[in-house]
Design a protein around this ligand. Structure first.
Ligand SMILES: [Fe+2]
Ligand SMILES: [Fe+2]
Length: 223
C-alpha cells in the first residue's frame, strides 16, 4: 500500500472492522463449495461489468481521456477474469440471472444507490469527471478490502487461482483517482469519509442479501 492510498483504506478498515470475520468466513465457504463459488464469481463478473459500464456512461459529457479508457478496459477485463473463473468451475455458460448469480438485483441496487448518494452531496456545477472519480474511488476501496480477504482465503487452499493481478490494478486505480481529484482541486480528504460511510451502509445491506441467498441454497440442498 502506498502512502497516497493508505489514508482512504484506513477509513474503510475502521468502518468495516466488524465485517472482516463474517465476510472472511463466507468467502472461505464459497471457495470450498464449487457450485456456489461459481455463482459468487459470476456475481463479481456482473459487478465489474456494471462498474465498467458506469465509467462509460458517466463520461458522455466529459473528455474520454486515455487514462479513463484504460480504467474502463481494465474493469472490463476484471469482469472477463471472474466470468472465465466462474465458468471454468461451473463447466457451462452462466447468465447474470438469479439462478447463475447471487442476488443480481441487489448488486445493481448497491451501485445505483451509491451513485445517487454521492451525486446528492456534490454541487451541481462540479467538474464532469468528479462524480466518476468519487464513485470509482469509493468502489475501489470496497473492492480492495474484499479482494484482499478473498485472496487470503484462496491462498490458504492449494490449487486455487490468484487475485494478485486484479488487486494490483485496483490499487493503482485507487491512487489514480486520488491523484486526479487532487489535480482538479476537489480535496478528496474532506469527502472520502462521508462517501465511505454511505457505502458501508449499502454494502452491509448487499452482504446481508448475499448471506440470505446462501442460507436459502443450503436449506434447499438439505431438503
Ligand atoms: Fe475491478
Ligand atoms: Fe478498479
Amino acid at each position: 500500500m502506498s502512502s497516497r492510498t493508505a489514508w482512504p483504506l484506513c477509513e474503510i478498515e475502521a468502518s468495516s472492522a466488524d465485517l472482516v470475520e463474517p465476510v472472511r468466513r463466507r468467502l472461505g465457504w464459497w471457495v470450498e463449495h464449487p457450485a456456489e463459488h461459481a455463482r459468487f464469481l459470476n456475481t463479481l463478473a456482473l459487478m465489474e461489468h456494471i462498474g465498467s459500464r458506469k465509467i462509460m456512461v458517466s463520461q458522455t459529457k466529459g473528455v474520454l481521456s486515455q487514462e479513463i479508457l484504460k480504467h474502463l478496459a481494465e474493469e472490463t477485463r476484471h469482469s472477463f477474469f471472474f466470468k472465465r473463473a466462474a465458468e471454468a468451475i461451473a463447466q457451462r455458460t452462466l447468465e447474470f440471472n438469479d439462478d447463475d448469480a447471487l442476488r443480481p438485483g441487489a448488486a445493481k441496487m448497491y451501485f445505483g444507490r451509491l451513485d445517487a448518494s454521492i451525486a446528492q452531496v456534490l454541487p451541481a456545477d462540479v467538474h464532469p469527471e468528479v462524480p466518476y472519480l468519487y464513485v470509482s474511488l469509493t468502489i475501489e476501496l470496497r473492492a480492495i478490502w474484499t479482494y484482499e480477504l478473498y485472496q487470503q482465503e484462496l491462498a490458504a487452499r492449494p490449487g486455487r487461482f490468484s487475485l494478485k493481478s486484479v488487486l494490483a490494478e485496483e490499487e493503482l486505480h485507487l491512487s489514480q483517482m486520488v491523484d486526479r481529484l487532487h489535480q482538479l482541486d476537489a480535496r478528496p480528504e474532506t469527502l472520502v469519509s462521508t462517501f465511505a460511510q454511505r457505502e458501508d451502509r449499502l454494502f452491509r445491506g448487499f452482504w446481508a442479501s448475499l448471506e440470505q441467498a446462501c442460507e436459502r441454497s443450503s436449506a434447499d440442498a438439505a431438503a
